[in-house]
Design a binder for this molecule. Structure first.
Ligand code: CP
Length: 316
C-alpha cells in the first residue's frame, strides 16, 4: 500500500477505478462488510473535523475493520512536545493505515515519510484535501455522467481553500475544464494552482469577483467557506466572510441542471433555503465522501472486495 498525500499519487485510471468501486460498495453493502476484517485504522486529527474523521472511521467500521485515534491534539502527547515523525513511528506499530489532518501544509508528507504504513492526507492546512476531491468527483460524475467538458466555478476562499486546490489539480488531469475562479482580491487562487491550469492545454481559467455575473455559465458551482482559522487578522475575516451568499434569488440566474457543491461546513455562504433546490448536491457529496473513503481504504490496504471486477488491475 502507498500513501496518498495528493491525488497526483494515483493515476487517472486508478481514480476511475475508485469511483467504480464506490458505486459497487454502495450496491453491495452486506457483501463487503468483512473486507477489512482484522485491519486497524488510526485517525490522527490535529484540527477540528466532523465529516472527514467520522467518514474515515465509519468507512473502516463498515468494511469490518477497527479504528483508534485522537480528535484534538490536546489529548495526545503532542502537547508534551512530541514531533509528527515520532508520533507516526509510534502509531505505525499499532495500525495498518493512518488518516491525518493537521493545520500545517506539508504535515501529511512529513507523516508519510516517518510512517511504515500508508498515510492518507485528511487535510494539511491550506494545501490539499485529496479525499474530499474523491467525494467531489463522485458527485460530479453522478450529476453529469462525466468529469470532463464542464465549466466549473469555484467561489469564496480560493487562497486557503485546500479542497479547491485538490479539486483543480485533479480536474486538470481529467482535462477539458473551464475554471471560473470567483473570489475577492484578497483571497485569490495561489500561483502554484494557477500554474497547474496553465500547464494543461485543454483547460483554461478566468478570475472574477462577481458571482451573479458568471453563475449562468456554470455547470458546477463549488462554494467554499471563508476560513476564520486561516486568517491572521480578525478584521480581514469579518470584512470578507459574507462576500458571497448563495440564495434562491442568485440561484435563479443559474442553469436548471447546475450542481451546487460545498465541502461543508458552511457558515453563511449558502442560505438554507437552497437545500431543497434540486441543484443542491452538498449532502450527496457527504454521502459520496463515505463511499469513496471505503473504496480508498480497501484499495490502500490491498483488501479485495468480494465479487468486485476492477476497472484497473494495478493495485495502489
Ligand atoms: N469537508 C470537510 O473536510 O469537513 P470536516 O472539516 O468537517 O471534516
Amino acid at each position: 500500500g502507498m500513501s496518498v498525500i495528493t491525488l497526483d499519487s494515483l493515476s487517472v485510471p486508478q481514480i476511475q477505478d475508485l469511483l467504480h468501486k464506490a458505486r459497487y460498495i454502495d450496491a453491495h453493502r452486506r457483501q463487503v462488510a468483512h473486507t477489512c476484517e482484522g485491519r486497524v485504522l488510526a485517525t490522527l486529527f490535529y484540527e477540528p473535523s466532523t465529516r472527514t474523521r467520522l467518514s474515515f472511521e465509519t468507512a473502516m467500521l463498515r468494511l469490518g475493520g477497527q479504528v483508534i485515534g485522537f480528535a484534538g491534539a490536546q489529548l495526545a502527547s503532542v502537547t508534551k512536545g512530541e514531533s509528527i515523525s515520532d508520533t507516526l513511528k509510534t502509531v505505525s506499530n499499532y495500525v495498518d493505515v493512518v488518516a491525518i489532518r493537521h493545520p500545517k501544509e506539508g504535515a501529511a508528507l512529513v507523516a508519510s515519510r516517518a510512517a511504515s504504513v500508508p498515510v492518507i492526507n485528511a487535510g494539511d492546512g491550506g494545501h490539499m484535501h485529496p479525499t474530499q476531491t474523491l467525494a467531489d468527483l463522485a458527485t460530479i460524475q453522478s450529476r453529469f455522467g462525466r468529469i470532463t467538458d464542464l465549466t466549473v466555478g469555484l467561489c469564496g476562499d480560493l487562497t486557503f481553500g485546500r479542497t479547491v486546490h485538490s479539486l483543480i489539480e485533479t480536474l486538470c488531469r481529467f482535462g477539458n475544464v473551464r475554471f471560473v475562479l470567483i473570489s475577492p482580491n484578497e483571497l485569490k487562487t495561489p500561483q502554484y494552482v494557477l500554474d497547474r491550469i496553465r500547464q494543461t492545454p485543454s483547460c483554461s481559467y478566468v478570475e472574477v469577483s462577481d458571482l451573479s455575473e458568471v453563475i449562468g455559465d456554470l455547470d458546477v458551482l463549488y462554494m467554499t467557506r471563508v476560513q476564520k482559522e486561516r486568517f491572521f487578522n480578525e478584521d480581514d475575516y469579518l470584512r470578507l466572510r459574507d462576500t458571497y451568499i448563495l440564495d434562491e434569488t442568485k440561484l435563479s440566474l443559474a442553469k436548471d441542471d447546475m450542481a451546487v457543491l460545498h465541502p461543508l461546513p458552511r457558515v453563511n455562504e449558502i442560505a438554507t433555503e437552497v437545500d431543497s433546490d434540486p441543484r443542491a448536491a452538498y449532502f450527496e457529496q457527504v454521502r459520496n465522501g463515505m463511499l469513496m473513503r471505503m473504496a480508498l481504504e480497501s484499495s490502500v490496504l490491498g483488501d479485495d472486495l468480494p465479487g468486485y471486477e476492477p476497472l484497473e488491475t494495478r493495485t495502489l
